[in-house]
Design a binder for this molecule. Structure first.
Ligand code: HAS
Ligand code: CU
Length: 566
């Protein structure tokens, strides 16, 4: 045995710990909420696609913007957050040992608070008192209960997040001098990002929106609230993608029978995400007046820096694939690809997510380029972009994960027929999204706006064209959306089967063994104080002067608009 293999054996011994049943239960309740939100969100998407394309007319008691808000909130915020925490609780228990009773209890408290918050916000959306879309931009104003719900949601996730972090740091303390398990390292980076980013949304919700919705203030500084929102909103998209990357780095290598290419590179990517995901929110506000071009420029440069860790990820994962394919006897430039397990949904679903992320990421670079942003901003292109990124890359990765995570936490078997059903779901999701997102991108280039219900703009010729193309019209969007809904319903069936009906038995929790370079991981990568310190400096640099300006030279405030969209 070589030296590095010996060292690797020492580090890996902790991986044999079984998942504690109490931790499995905490993970499971998160997954259950996630999939109910998923089903409702997907059904909302269908109605919206059909209504927007002029194919159906909504009844008078249901508005387009109400459904749009429910769809965005349920899928982008609720589904993602719950499945991420379900994954984190299970993965931490697997890689760092069972949670202590105290920490598990605080995990439950976090879950309950988050769920109360979700229920409050959802009730207000259903009552048409919060049709403010998932970005809840001022001056659209929601009922104050919606904002209280949002606050509880965020605070609940912080409590859960801190429980996970304490579990990680306890391990670190007990194993001084050893590199921490990659799972905990990556989960901790994601949670720190989430907490620091959440400060922005907490500031605008508690400091601006709640007093305004309660009538304590008449007007709101819209520019400031949007800026605080995007201070949170961009890291939010990394809060979604980082756990998906964790599946790619830690789960997929094991599923394909290989090993992660490099642990140090993976850690470096996550540190870079922590440093550069936050001071970049202005790339969502490039077309906005009131922010000087200098600060937009600075944040655009930082945006291009935060692309680097995604490129490192692309390299790492591709290298893992090639290494594994060749170890299994694959030859030639690309024929090793044949050695990958194409019929295994645990690999295939995340793989399709990766494939979609190539054009999705390229679209992101286009968005971040100032002049090109002027072409696509506020058009359907952006909606196409985020249905590829979060709606395909992240969702397909999480759906693929569900096929092993659910049976692991319920003590059941991933059966062959479920695997087949998962393959069908993945294909349907991919085809539906290809049609829908493709059409959205092109419609956006033709000028079709986002955030609008069905309209032909008084039969303006340009607007009528958006309804006429065979592959690029609102009809294509609706057709893609219908296929997606069918995929979503099938996925819900998969979830119900795996959660309650699959035969009892053992399912593997696929976790890659520590990469061979683990003993040589540079210690500095574990220096959290340093990284948090640099992240704070970058945030202060990118935001202090613009925010100071927004407050001191505030634009006229705006009253709330809360009934124009009813
Ligand atoms: Fe974005 C708007 C820029 C990534 C989500 N984005 C949005 C919105 C959402 C969103 C939700 O600069 C809309 C918000 C709203 O409602 O207004 N985005 C970027 C950039 C990136 C990016 C530069 N976005 C994401 C991710 C998201 C997401 C990730 C969710 C998960 N985005 C923007 C901008 C806007 C925007 C502007 C505002 C637009 C406007 O005007 O409103 C980058 O991080 C992307 C980097 C990624 C890559 C791809 C790397 C490829 C990989 C796959 C490897 C494949 C393998 C398989 C290994 C460069 C990692 C290979 C195997 C084979 C066999 C081939
Ligand atoms: Cu962004």
């Amino acid at each position: 045995m070589t030296q590095s293999n010996l060292a690797f054996k020492n580090v890996s011994s902790d991986l044999d710990i079984q998942l504690d049943p109490k931790d499995a239960k905490l993970s499971f309740v998160h997954i259950v909420v996630a999939f109910f939100a998923f089903l409702l969100g997907v059904l909302g998407g269908l109605l919206q696609g059909l209504a927007r394309g002029g194919i159906i007319e909504l009844p008078s008691w249901l508005t387009y913007y109400q459904i749009l808000t429910a769809h965005g909130v349920l899928l982008a915020l609720v589904f993602t957050t719950y499945i991420i925490f379900g994954f984190f609780f299970a993965g931490m228990s697997k890689t760092h040992g069972a949670f202590s009773d105290r920490l598990r209890k605080s995990g439950w408290i976090g879950f309950i608070l988050t769920t109360i918050g979700t229920a409050m916000a959802a009730t207000m959306i259903l009552a048409n008192e919060a049709s403010v879309l998932y970005t809840f931009y001022a001056p659209l104003q929601a009922h104050y209960i919606f904002y209280i719900g949002l606050t509880l949601f965020i605070v609940g996730t912080w409590i859960s997040g801190v429980s996970i972090m304490i579990h990680y740091f306890k391990w670190k303390k007990q194993h001084r001098g050893e590199p921490t398990p990659l799972f905990g390292f990556m989960a901790t980076a994601t949670i720190i990002l989430w907490i620091v980013a959440g400060l922005g949304v907490a500031a605008t919700v508690l400091g601006q929106m709640l007093p305004w919705a309660l009538g304590m203030t008449d007007e709101i500084n819209v520019l400031l609230s949007r800026t605080l929102f995007w201070y949170f909103g961009h890291p939010l998209v990394y809060f979604w993608i980082m756990p998906a990357y964790m599946v790619w780095y830690l789960v997929v290598p094991k599923v394909i029978g290989g090993r992660l290419f490099s642990g140090s590179l993976a850690r470096l990517a996550f540190v870079l995400f922590l440093l550069f995901s936050i001071p970049v929110g202005f790339h969502h506000q490039l077309m906005e007046a009131g922010i000087s071009e200098f600060w937009k420029y600075i944040q655009t440069v930082l945006t291009f820096v935060v692309v680097v860790p995604s490129l490192l990820t692309a390299f790492s994962i591709f290298a893992t694939f090639e290494q594994t394919g060749r170890e299994k006897g694959g030859k030639g430039v690309f024929s090793w690809l044949k050695k990958l397990p194409w019929n295994d949904v645990r690999f295939f679903a995340p793989f399709m997510g990766m494939l979609f992320f190539i054009p999705a990421g390229a679209g992101g670079l286009i968005n971040a380029s100032f002049q090109l942003n002027a072409v696509i901003h506020n058009t359907l292109w952006v909606v196409g972009h985020f249905h590829l990124t979060v709606g395909t890359t992240v969702v397909l990765t999480f759906l693929g994960m569900a096929f092993w995570l659910i049976p692991v936490v319920t003590g059941r078997k991933l059966t062959k027929s479920m695997n087949r059903s998962g393959m069908v779901t993945t294909w349907m999701w991919s085809i539906g999204m290809f049609l829908m997102s493709g059409a959205m991108h092109i419609l956006g280039l033709f000028g079709a706006p986002r955030r609008t219900g069905y309209t032909t703009y008084q039969d303006a010729p340009q607007a009528l064209e958006w309804f006429q193309g065979i592959f690029v019209s609102h009809t294509t969007v609706a057709v893609g959306g219908t296929i997606l809904t069918a995929a979503g319903i099938l996925m819900f069936y998969n979830f119900v089967y795996l959660a309650w009906f699959a035969p009892k038995g053992h399912t593997e929790f696929p976790m890659t063994p520590p990469p061979t370079d683990t003993p040589h991981t540079p210690a500095i990568l574990e220096n959290w104080k340093l990284w948090i310190g640099i992240a704070v400096v970058l945030i202060l640099f990118a935001y202090t002067i613009p925010i100071y300006d927004m407050i001191n030279n505030a634009p006229p405030g705006s009253p709330g608009f809360n009934n124009i969209i009813k």
